[in-house]
Design a protein around this ligand. Structure first.
Ligand code: SAM
Ligand code: SF4
Length: 318
């Protein structure tokens, strides 16, 4: 359906848990987050009902995220149930990749189309440092297994953190030379944990173009496009720049989000939420309709902005 500004909203991201097996410093407090009571999070059947109602309203793309979606019990069954919903054309998942070696094949069999895998450093020590506990080799193996399982096209998400991984930009870009993958650089956003981080941590995606000026721009696809796309000369893969701070893509935004505690967010950068937890299945259509109609025209975050979102990404679903 169209929102009040004529944007076609066809993409829903559902965060199925706020828990995670990593502790990325920009996303989670050091000690992790408290496990919520069962009654305070969406049950798997609630998620299914929400997706069904959203599909009736014109949603045809769903991404499952978190927290880390692969730590949610019953995730494969959820994917299987969602994949059966008539009218859903694209079902994907964002993961830190640690558990892909265990789940990739079952997820593919259950009907998952593709995965985005987050990886912020190609250096073992630095990877451990930013995730506070992660093992880079697990992710690299996960990427390979996901590819072999056919969860393609594989997209890698790299959040640029000034002074931490901006020296690895060329290494990430070079992954696209021989491999048919998409490496997406995401500007660090001032949400939750990062609200108090120094300005120097927030690096504009223009840095990627300064460091790798040979990147060739690809045609802009318009509706629903949040990434500006590039490729290396003779590169097999692509490089995407997702720049929520330095260039807003609100005019092309086609998405809404549901948090693990059942709050519908029509904009990532707004604190406005509609409660879907405990809503009767018959009410969901109306509530989601209202959410889409109340989607703000644009977000106004910027590094120095004071209108800040209090939830961390693990509680919203990135
Ligand atoms: N655990 C999964 C993962 O890491 O891919 C899925 C959830 S995670 C919240 C989704 C994405 O949000 C990741 O790519 C992560 O790097 C990104 N993210 C988290 N906090 C962020 C922030 N403050 N600014 C920009 N991206 C952020
Ligand atoms: Fe976990 Fe993903 Fe947040 Fe890292 S970014 S702490 S992997 S939810």
């Amino acid at each position: 359906m169209l929102d009040n500004y004529g944007r076609r909203i066809n993409y829903l991201r559902v965060s199925v848990t706020n828990l995670c097996n990593l502790r990325c410093s920009y996303c989670m407090p050091t000690g992790g987050v408290k496990k919520k009571e069962h009654r305070d999070i969406l049950r798997l059947e609630d998620i299914e009902n929400i997706v069904k109602a959203a599909v009736r309203l014109g949603i045809d793309k769903v991404r499952i995220t978190g927290g880390e979606p692969l730590v949610r019990k019953g995730i494969v069954q959820l994917i299987e149930n969602l994949a059966r919903i008539d009218g859903l054309k694209d079902l994907s998942l964002t993961t830190n990749g640690i558990l892909l070696k265990k789940y990739a094949r079952d997820l593919k069999k259950a009907g998952l189309n593709r995965v985005n895998i987050s990886i912020d450093s190609l250096d073992r020590m630095k990877y451990r440092k930013i995730t506070r506990c992660g093992n880079l080799d697990d992710v690299l193996e996960g990427i390979k297994i996901a590819k072999d399982a056919g969860l393609t096209p594989i997209k890698l998400n790299t959040v640029l953190v000034g002074g931490f991984n901006d020296d690895e930009i060329e290494d990430f870009v070079n992954l696209t030379l021989e491999d048919d993958i998409e490496v997406r650089f995401i500007e660090l956003m001032p949400l939750g944990e990062t609200r108090s981080w120094p300005e120097s941590s927030f690096v504009s995606n223009e840095t990627v173009l300064e460091k790798v000026p040979i990147l060739i721009p690809l045609p802009f696809k318009g509706h629903g496009t949040v990434a500006r796309m590039y490729t290396l000369p003779n590169g097999k893969g692509k490089v995407g720049l997702i720049s929520p701070l330095s260039s807003h893509f609100c005019n092309y935004c086609n998405r809404i989000r549901v948090t693990p505690d059942g709050k519908l967010k029509s904009c990532l950068h707004s604190n406005q939420e509609i409660d879907l937890l405990n809503a009767h299945p018959d009410e969901l259509y109306k509530l989601i309709f209202e959410g889409i109609k109340s989607k703000p025209t644009k977000h106004n975050i910027g590094i120095k902005d004071t209108t800040l979102v209090y939830r961390n990404m693990n509680e919203i679903g990135g």
